[in-house]
Design a protein around this ligand. Structure first.
Ligand code: AMP
Ligand code: ZN
Length: 129
């Protein structure tokens, strides 16, 4: 199947990977809405919230909690917005959750976004021990 997130999950396409386990991969969004914008993606292809397996959904939420903690500690950020698109709102047709770090008084606007740090800079922060 010609799916970009399947290709990222199986390593055919590079990504700025933040976390991986048997079920899920987390990487930085290539066109971030804010610094540290991550995508939490199940490795097995599924379309959306209607089709995703219950157990995988529960696991993804646990990973989201882990990534929130990481973002608060490593970036650091002041808040986090979680969202997940379906239907015409969904551009990439492989289930994914957006984890969007928020910053005090950021006045985030989902069209223009906010990017104080670029993807490479934020990747270094998240990957450092
Ligand atoms: P959505 O509208 O929820 O389907 O969002 C898809 C997201 O995937 C967008 O925020 C894109 O910037 C992001 N995206 C598309 N291709 C890539 C890629 N190769 N690596 C990282 N993020 C990507
Ligand atoms: Zn896929």
């Amino acid at each position: 199947m010609d799916c970009i997130f399947c290709k990222i999950a199986n390593g055919e396409i590079p990504s700025k990977k933040i976390y991986e386990d048997d079920v899920v991969i987390v990487f930085l969004d290539i066109n971030p809405i804010s610094s540290g914008h991550m995508l939490v993606v199940p490795k097995d292809h599924t379309l959306d919230l209607e089709t995703i397996d219950d157990e995988v959904l529960i696991h993804i939420n646990k990973v989201i909690r882990k990534m929130m903690k990481l973002a608060y500690e490593k970036i650091p950020c002041d808040g986090i917005t979680i969202c997940q698109n379906n239907g015409t709102a969904q551009e990439v047709k492989h289930y994914h959750v957006h984890l969007i770090p928020r910053y005090k008084n950021d006045k985030l606007n989902f069209v223009d976004g906010i990017k104080d740090l670029d993807v490479d800079q934020i990747y270094e922060k998240l990957k450092q021990n």
